[in-house]
Design a protein around this ligand. Sequence first.
Ligand code: NI
Ligand code: MN
Length: 228
Amino acid sequence: MKARWLGHSAWLIEGDNKIVIDPFLNGNPKAAVKPEEVSCDIVVVTHGHGDHLGDALQIAKANRATLCAMYEIAAYAALKGVKSEEMNKGGSVQVGKTTVRLVEAVHSGDWMDGEGELHTFGTAAGVVVKSGKTVYHAGDTALFSDMKLIGQRYKPDLALLPIGDRYTMGPQDAGLAAAFVNAPVTVPMHYQTFPAVPGDPADFVEAAKAAGYQGEVRVLEPGDTVEV
Ligand code: NI
Ligand code: MN
């Protein structure tokens, strides 16, 4: 499985299918690609905040891809003409050869759009995608000890963890999260896109080591690919 970091929490996963997760590209100063350059079969959205929902609807429509998300987001996308699979935490859906499962995340999900309209998108989720190999994308979340359960139950080959602080875990808590999930490869995300998310990946590397994480932390630049 190849996972290409598109910047912030946006990823393009190439396993048995092509899956894009949280494609916030327009308005993302670190975006590695434009929305119209994304080719995919499946679009996964962890929660309704603008820096995750991003260009998901446009990309799903352009690719005739299936959007998988929490009920509230998927129902909204369906009303906008997107092929959608609605789901909720603990459940999975099969799309092609890929299994998409929503898991816990400790974070909010409602989103105030640019016109001041509040979209009640339910709570935020993490996602475990099995497409050949298995990737755990934590979405936006605080540290929680059931990350251990996610690691034990789904044995991800790759973990993608937010480290930016303010809206999510910072580097210290994310280091412990890496040890809890214990994937062989862990990549930090959701940092230094904006000044509000200053988390330093070097601090994360150190914190993961101090927490006893035995796997490998790979610090990427937007546009880089990791293979597991
Ligand atoms: Ni968020
Ligand atoms: Mn976010």
